[in-house]
Design a protein around this ligand. Sequence first.
Ligand SMILES: Nc1nc2c([nH]c(=O)n2[C@H]2C[C@H](O)[C@@H](COP(=O)(O)OP(=O)(O)OP(=O)(O)O)O2)c(=O)[nH]1
Length: 143
Amino acid sequence: MAAPILVVAAALVDDLTHPTRLLAARRTLPAALAGRWEFPGGKVDDGETPVAALHRELREELGVTAELGRELPGPDDESSWPLTDRYRMRLWLARITAGTPAPLEDHDELRWLPVTDLHSVPWLDGDVPIVRALEAALHAPAR
Ligand SMILES: Nc1nc2c([nH]c(=O)n2[C@H]2C[C@H](O)[C@@H](COP(=O)(O)OP(=O)(O)OP(=O)(O)O)O2)c(=O)[nH]1
């Protein structure tokens, strides 16, 4: 079986040191995933670094520029998280430095969730354990 494709995404928070809110995005495509919530991001293009891909995706999908904070390390290769047989994902904390996020591509709604209530929206199945780990990390002091 082919190696899973790398997706990069951002856990956009209001403050990298003392986060109180996280930006979740509701997918519009494909039909099987429409209406479920996720971290903004997307696939890394050939010849692109993961960090460059993430900045590009945030610009394209939300119209924002962001500074990246710490990565939430997952259990798989390169600290990635398993999503499905086809995809794995790396996730960074991030804070918007320019622009107001809007659902420009792939999403029809954005919502700032209190970090104390991240399960109030139906996340994509693969994101559920990641959201749980993120919750724990956001309550732990930054390293
Ligand atoms: N962006 C993102 N994708 C996720 C998350 N969780 C999850 O299972 N996925 C899946 C959904 C998709 O099948 C795949 C990522 O594809 P994508 O559609 O976001 O990537 P992309 O923006 O590069 O898409 P495209 O250019 O091919 O349309 O990973 C998540 O939190 N964020």
